[in-house]
Unconditional design. Sequence first.
Length: 579
Amino acid sequence: MHPHEAIGLHRKTLRGYIWAQQRHLRTYMFWRVLSVLAITPFPILSQKIVDVAIPAKDVQSLIAYTGICFLLLAIHFASMRIGVGALSIQAQEIFRKLRARIFHKLNFMHFGFLDSVQTGRLLSKYAFDTSNIESTVIQIVTGIVPEVLRSALLICALAFINLWLLPIMLISLPLFAIVRFYYFQPIEKNNQAVRIARERMTGQASEFISAIKLVRGFGQESVAKEQMGQLSDEYSTKRESQMKLNQSLGYILFSVVTTISLFAVAVSGWMVITDKMSMGAMVAMIGALPVCLNTVNIFSQFSLQYLLGAESYRSIKELMDSAYVEKWQGERILDSMRGEVEFRNVTFSYDKEKEHRAIRNLSISIKAGEHVAFVGPSGSGKSTVVSLMLGFYAPTEGEILIDGIPQADLSIRELRQSCAIVMQDNLLLSGTLMDNIRFGKPAATDAEVIEAVRYANAMEFIEKLPQGLMTKVGERGVSLSGGQRQRIAIARALLRNPKILILDEATSALDYESEKLVQEAIDHLAKGRTTITIAHRLSTIRSADRIIVLQDGELISKGTWTELAGRDGVFKDLLAAQH
Ligand SMILES: Nc1ncnc2c1ncn2[C@@H]1O[C@H](COP(=O)(O)OP(=O)(O)OP(=O)(O)O)[C@@H](O)[C@H]1O
Ligand SMILES: [Mg+2]
């Protein structure tokens, strides 16, 4: 099994993360247990006040008992404060690791998966579900031990005063179990429905938000609004029933708790009258009762939170355990890549059913340092060839060799390290232009960046920006024009100094003058490295060593510019159409 296939999520993983914090958890527990221990003698002290100090009219022991109570209370609050402070700083570490793990997994997911899932859905998992798990783990890990301990000790203290108090207090437990039995399954189901509705809603919203220009440009706001409205309604409905269920559980438990209190008062009152119990014991019990019953309440909150967390855990687990990852078993690293690329009878379909073949039985061999251009009508499979070469998708049939070694044996990351690509739609990340160009080679010096910018003919417009290379660009580089973005992407690729340079319609958005300049720079840089150019404008591939013409995913002819131009066929037709 390749290491990245192991990035799943198991209870063990999460437990491991929690366990890594055991030192801090122990410190926290120490203080919380101390705070619980401090208040345990309360019922005994109040019983003593009622049964001993008051009948004897002994003011001094009254003051002494209450004094002890004050002291214990001070210890209780102080240690609680220290414990909570110690933990909250450290607990975040667990969730930082969890988020890192999710992101790591996303980096390995197959493009087939990433193509098919809305970004917003993944975002919902990454942001919402992790914070749900966070609240759950924190509440349960930090809350259960002190809560259980507090009630158990209080009940022991009461039993110590009068054994009869034990059954009166414990009667709530079976009732709680019954309530749990009836309520948990519907709550669980509903939580899942809420989560799915939330993912659908955020998924759609993120899609509309990122395509807002499209929506408004076509005046389709009402369609978008309606669709979003529907999804939002669906989510609200599910949330409503979630709240109703939770509330009714809370209400039922409250009724149970109140009934038990009344019952306990009646029983102990009767026992006081029949002299089976002292007045002090009854007072002690009435004092301890709310604390113990509150534990029941807290438990019901814990269990609701637990169910929420469990659902979020499942949601993340679904992604984390998915085996739909890039299956690159290869470990081989090429010491110095020459840049030979060979396709051997490659057939490829995007769909799993393999109905539509984007590439059909393609065989090509590109020598190191060769400049090869791909041309062909839109949808003929040019970009797909590049995606296959970079290992974004694996061939359905046939194989791809890099420097004579099957791509599947290579470390795909290493291979990509030696490539640079200028894509059809060039995204800029938020940050400065400098950051964006440096993305190609983080260790590059300023001088190297500037050189790449000059070659890409981008200096001319960057100089006009008030902050030059330090200009911030928006999330999608919205402040730059298409042609400007393209030049930044070219600079980014050139800076990388790759063995294989891939240009997919890299100069298509440039005006004639800029295109000529950039083309010159590219031709200059293409020397000594394998270059693959895809272009609709045939004038830009004149200098290519070889041109490959694709149609419907098939290679239909190849040759040099002059050879192809002299031959009847698609190339000649395309050429004629462009003149
Ligand atoms: N991510 C994808 N999922 C499914 N099908 C795809 C995907 N990308 C491309 N295709 C399909 O594969 C075929 C080849 O597409 P490709 O993008 O390689 O064409 P192209 O030659 O680059 O076209 P263009 O010149 O318009 O960029 C097309 O029929 C297209 O519908
Ligand atoms: Mg394309």
